[in-house]
Design a protein around this ligand. Structure first.
Ligand code: ZN
Ligand code: ZN
Length: 283
């Protein structure tokens, strides 16, 4: 039995299509899996169908980027109904905010006297997702700034004159959406929260648990054994179930393999049964 509950397809920033990813999973010897694309459930149905063909047990999944400072807070959802209208509506509006962000940055820069268009910035991104580093590159190329750092300091940094906030769902709403769709809400890779210390981490997890969080991703590709132990204790003291996965992104993140992550990951079978139980209890 090999379990992996965290992976991405071309529907977000992975390099395998949902069905292709399932075939990779089969080749890697996985027996249980969940697809967890960023802020979308587009790939779930296709992956499930292929998983059925390949004889792999499958759970619906997604990974919501929640509003949080100073690090990254990702909330995983499992075992929900991916046709849930409120979930789909909210994910669509998140997508729309993202699409609107870059034109807004262009607008702000134009108003500041910078002559630049979105197609110019898109050309620099090489067809991938467009972000602030690409704006910085164009500002440099056009001679408005000398360095990337200057582009951020003068225009693009958070709070700067050309900054546009990345709209994200709050952690509470992310959890509520997943649960309302019949799913289980889990805090992903707690190290990425960059909590100041153990006490701060405990406080964050407690607040999320109060908001309905049901699980903690204790087994993760780059967790040292002491991290895993620490997070298992944290899950236990907050009454949270335990999950784990590789966060496989295909060739976008070389060195990470399905099921085993950087080589030492091993997700216990109990993670699967606990998730299934929690999901079928329909909250
Ligand atoms: Zn993540
Ligand atoms: Zn991920």
């Amino acid at each position: 039995m090999t379990i992996d509950l965290h992976m991405h397809s071309t529907c977000s920033d992975g390099t395998f299509t949902p069905a292709g990813l399932v075939r990779e999973a089969k080749a890697a010897g996985l027996t249980h899996m969940a697809l967890t694309d960023h802020d979308t459930v587009e790939g779930v149905a296709g992956a499930r169908e292929e998983a059925r063909r390949q004889g792999i047990a499958f759970l619906s999944g997604l990974e919501i980027s929640a509003e949080y400072q100073p690090g990254t807070m990702h909330i995983l959802g499992y075992g929900f109904d991916e046709t849930s209208a409120p979930l789909l509506e909210r994910l669509t509006s998140v997508q729309r905010w993202r699409d609107e962000r870059n034109p807004k940055i262009v607008e702000k820069l134009n108003r500041l006297g910078v002559v630049l268009t979105l197609p110019e910035v898109e050309a620099v991104s090489g067809g991938g997702l467009v972000g602030r580093p690409h704006f910085a590159k164009v500002l440099m190329d056009k001679g408005y700034v000398k360095t990337r750092q200057e582009a951020f300091d003068r225009y693009l940094a958070k709070g700067g004159p050309a900054y546009v906030d990345k709209a994200r769902l709050s952690p509470e709403e992310s959890i509520a959406l997943i649960r309302a769709a019949g799913g289980v809400a889990v805090l992903a890779h707690p190290l990425q929260l960059q909590a100041a210390d153990e006490e701060a981490l405990q406080a964050i997890v407690q607040a999320l648990a109060k908001a309905g969080l049901q699980g903690l991703e204790c087994h993760y590709r780059n967790h040292a054994p002491e991290d895993t132990r620490r997070f298992l204790a944290l899950a236990k003291s907050n009454g949270l179930l335990v999950t784990g996965g590789s966060d496989f992104h295909g060739t976008n993140r070389p060195g990470i393999r399905l099921g085993v992550g950087e080589g030492t990951l091993q997700v216990p079978m109990e993670c699967w049964s606990a998730l299934e139980r929690a999901a079928s209890a329909r909250n």
